[in-house]
Design a protein around this ligand. Sequence first.
Ligand code: C5P
Length: 425
Amino acid sequence: MSERKKRILLVIGGGIAAYKCLELIRRARERGYAVRAVMTKAAAEFVTPLSVGALTGDRVFQDLFSLDDEREIGHIQLSREADMIVVAPATADLMAKMAGGHADDLATAVLLATDKPVLVAPAMNPYMWRHPATQRNAATLLADGVALIGPNVGEMAERNEAGPGRMAEPHEILAAIEARLAPAPTGLLAPPPLITPPAAGLPLAGRHVIVTSGPTHEPIDPVRYIANRSSGKQGHAIAAAAAALGARVTLVSGPTGQPDPRGVDVIRIEAARDMLAAVKAALPADCAIFAAAVADWRVASASDEKIKKDGKSSAPRLELIENPDILKTIAHEGPGRRPSLVIGFAAETENVLTHAQRKRKSKGCDWIVANDVSPETGIMGGDRNTVHLVTADGVEDWPEMDKGAVAEALMARAAAHLRTMTADV
Ligand code: C5P
């Protein structure tokens, strides 16, 4: 018996990129998918339902209150019959409606009613994409388990405007669909967490999460130390986000100027060895996130007394030895001690993804949150972050968000992952 064709429900939003949908439909059907289209009112200004219908080989759905449609096939049925919903192009307005849970037309009603994976391909002017409101909406959608692809950086339809906002190309969207519907080891995107009805209580209730944050200070003598520029903003935001989702959180932090997140058990340490001891003492945990910028080396024998400048002897030479790798140590703990989900960070200044993928394996962790910390990005110490989530299934490129939104999206993903792990047993 031949396998049933996988069904894609394509929601076409009202943007200039709507014309690219025709190519997407053509390619998807060539790959054996059945495609059915829902168009918003604005989409019909850019591409005719006639062309869309000719390519899908099906009728095109437009009205929430069309008696015919509702009798024959309503919005619930449309969303249930699909294996996946793809929103392309997703305008800023459509993303805002999705993030807000609106359902005032057929497209948004279908998206709110679905129990299937949703992939969104944003397309808009770069200023609209960068606007904090759109960034907030993108973060909300990610936290809700929706996958985003793009936008790509490039020239816009408007003259003299370039930047992030171009819709991902049809072949890229198709690759993301295939990664999701038939997960391959090298998939572009990891399968999204299933959108499940809200559990009783908060998603991380009953879970213990350990977070490391900030720099470490490695003593040279009682008054001097070796340190780095980590602000602790991202790690503290993660601890706060985990607590907001109901987890019991242990935050092991080096010296930072960050206030203690509310409802979090904060353990303050200075040196890497103390951080390792504190994390070990806090085990067991369901999830551990290593956001601290741990010093790789410490002074082999720190002086008990302040090293004096006596004017006669030459400057002291510091012999450095390697610090324990906390993430690697915890990722290799035995059964019952190793947290089910171990997440590391990779702050790189070049070849970010190659290094991050290698690091995931060498450290033995499950996920790596990778980011480019070259000075020109302003990420170190700044409020915003552009990260890539590297898992066993591939790499997800997240849009630029503030560090709080990155933390919320990461913890929502972690909660969904822990839920599927528990459901597997
Ligand atoms: O090796 P690298 O420092 O680039 O790895 C970064 C990741 O490893 C981060 O998650 C960091 O918190 C963790 N790490 C650690 N202990 C070390 C060095 C790094 O936990 N000694």
